[in-house]
Design a protein around this ligand. Structure first.
Ligand code: AMP
Length: 171
């Protein structure tokens, strides 16, 4: 895991002063690093009968399709407000200053489908919690949430009590 951590570039003060940004582009361009994270996430959820993998805009879109393909599941997109063309449901989530809204198509998930939620990184957990809310609203079952990176000190898990949270790397 330390080898994988070395493949993630840490950029101080991006996008604003005081934020340490975990830049996964350096992992993505590394063929072994990319294969390793996709394989680890696939192995973790193989045999758990996942019907849909939900990817969160925008960096969740990098990983969710490969995992969905490997698990023989469908892919669902959670997008920022105003991007989805058909009838949608929405959930607000907290930003550092104020609030924004995530959306999902109303017909994206069927009742009782087994759902895996994927994003690149969990920080405060606000984005993930808003996504859980929409999956539950459509009657889906959240089997787990999966991330490449978890920022432990921001306690994102505490917004996801009772749910399985899997992350490959914790900082
Ligand atoms: P949160 O809702 O606070 O858990 O934020 C998670 C989302 O913000 C993820 O989609 C990440 O891509 C992004 N994010 C938050 N903090 C960072 C960070 N320090 N480095 C890279 N991405 C981040």
């Amino acid at each position: 895991m330390e080898d994988l951590k070395k493949k993630i570039r840490e950029v101080p003060d991006f996008p604003k002063p005081g934020i340490l940004f975990y830049d996964l582009t350096t992992l993505l361009k590394d063929r072994e690093g990319l294969r390793q994270v996709i394989d680890l996430l696939t192995q973790e959820f193989e045999g758990k009968k996942i019907d849909k993998v939900v990817g969160i805009e925008s960096r969740g879109f990098i990983f969710a399709p490969a995992i969905a393909y490997n698990l023989n599941a469908g892919l669902v997109l959670v997008r920022k407000k105003g991007k989805l063309p058909a009838e949608s449901i929405s959930a607000p989530y907290a930003l550092e200053y104020g609030e924004d809204v995530l959306e999902m198509h109303k017909d994206a998930i069927e009742r009782d489908e087994q759902v895996l939620i994927v994003d690149d990184l969990i920080a405060t957990g606000g984005t993930a919690a808003a996504t859980v809310q929409m999956v539950l609203q459509l009657g889906g079952k959240v089997v787990a949430l999966a991330f490449i990176v978890e920022l432990g000190s921001l306690k994102g898990r505490e917004k996801l009590i009772g749910l399985e949270v899997f992350s490959i790397l914790t900082y």
